[in-house]
Design a protein around this ligand. Structure first.
Ligand SMILES: NC(=O)c1ccc[n+]([C@@H]2O[C@H](COP(=O)([O-])OP(=O)(O)OC[C@H]3O[C@@H](n4cnc5c(N)ncnc54)[C@H](OP(=O)(O)O)[C@@H]3O)[C@@H](O)[C@H]2O)c1
Length: 311
């Protein structure tokens, strides 16, 4: 099969001809239609995780996928050959990824893709959408609660803004100048340009009584500790980067949650239902052919929305 892979960490990667993967126990093999990139995938090919997780060269990066099941491993009951699915591979070894014509995926980390959700939109959704869903569920906004989303234009932020608004929150999206209109189009009630001045000052002047929650996808621990000044006692702060100082926040009556994303069939199915019902829009998506996956990595983290490689 054709796959985009790297032979060494820090190298740009190229098209390889590699053997088809074999689905293991509780796994299916998927003919990949589209795969999306996440910041994690860049950490993998740069070698930042080389001492923490097993890698197999040539390393095929990426975990998000949408495609069609073309083979079943042993002990698979929930899915059959021909099912259209999306999700993540759910593999602990790095390198048997989704920038390939075929990949193996655990049945616990994929779900059936409704017809109303296309392959490209479905491929964009798994890790970012589930991260956003877990963040909004942790923040548990009540109707009209003010919820601040930091990194609102990013992959996770694009879903978090919408999911918080669906829950009835008044959403403030924090983003850079170029992405303000995009964040408004996702349903943010207010947008703060983080490049135009101090975000904490802007939040305090607009919301002198404080806000209910911050959903953060971008801040380091010192920045998030400072931003936390605007959250009221009884509120919640979630971080995708392990930046929430849970014990310190608890002293002020604030719940801190460092999200460790777990993609499950149930969470994917919930997001797919919202998308198929027209409630959850696809983020802004830039697509690349498999041969140009290397170009997608060059803009990963700087373009807003999601990057999808069409296989
Ligand atoms: N804990 C977990 O299990 C888990 C799971 C998935 C992802 N993650 C992590 O979550 C983070 C976000 O992922 P993502 O896919 O949403 O990334 P992304 O698509 O790159 O989005 C991040 C956004 O943050 C904004 N940003 C950049 N620097 C910022 C800063 N200094 N302050 C405020 N905003 C800033 C950028 O938008 P603007 O320029 O428009 O502001 C960017 O679009 C990544 O670090 C990723 O590794 C963790």
């Amino acid at each position: 099969m054709r796959a985009f892979a790297v032979d060494e960490f820090g190298q740009p990667g190229s098209i390889h001809d590699l053997p088809d993967p074999k689905p293991g126990d509780g796994e299916v093999r998927v003919r990949v239609a589209a795969a999306s990139l996440n910041p994690f995938d860049n950490f993998v090919i740069q070698g930042y995780l080389k001492d923490r997780m097993e890698h197999r060269f040539p390393v095929i990066p990426a975990g998000d996928l949408a495609g069609t099941i073309d083979a079943l491993g042993p002990n698979v009951q929930q899915f059959k050959v021909g099912d259209h699915v999306f999700g993540v591979t759910g593999r602990m070894v790095l390198g048997e990824g989704t920038l390939a014509e075929r990949t193996a995926a655990s049945t616990g980390t994929i779900a059936k893709r409704p017809q109303a959700l296309g392959d490209v939109d479905a491929a964009a959704m798994p890790l970012a959408g589930v991260s956003a869903l877990m963040s909004v569920e942790a923040a548990a906004p009540k109707p009209n609660d003010v919820v601040v989303v930091i990194g609102a234009s990013g992959g996770i932020g694009s879903y978090a803004v919408q999911l918080a608004a669906i829950a009835g929150a008044r959403v403030i999206g924090v983003t850079s100048s170029a992405n303000q209109e995009y964040v408004k189009s996702l349903g943010a009630h207010e947008v703060i340009d983080r490049t135009a001045g101090d975000v904490l000052d802007a939040l305090k002047s607009k919301h002198p009584d404080g806000v209910a929650s911050i959903i953060d996808t971008a801040s380091d621990a010192p920045s998030l500790a400072r931003l936390s000044e605007v959250v009221r006692s009884g509120g919640t702060i979630t971080s995708m980067k392990g930046s929430a100082a849970v014990e310190e926040l608890a002293k002020r009556g604030i719940t801190g949650v460092n999200i460790a994303t777990q993609v499950t069939t149930a969470r994917l199915a919930h997001l797919a239902d919202l998308a198929a019902g027209g409630k959850l829009k696809a983020p802004r998506i830039r697509t690349f052919p498999l041969e140009q996956a290397g170009d997608a990595f060059k803009v990963l983290g700087s373009s807003g929305g999601k990057l999808v490689v069409k296989v």
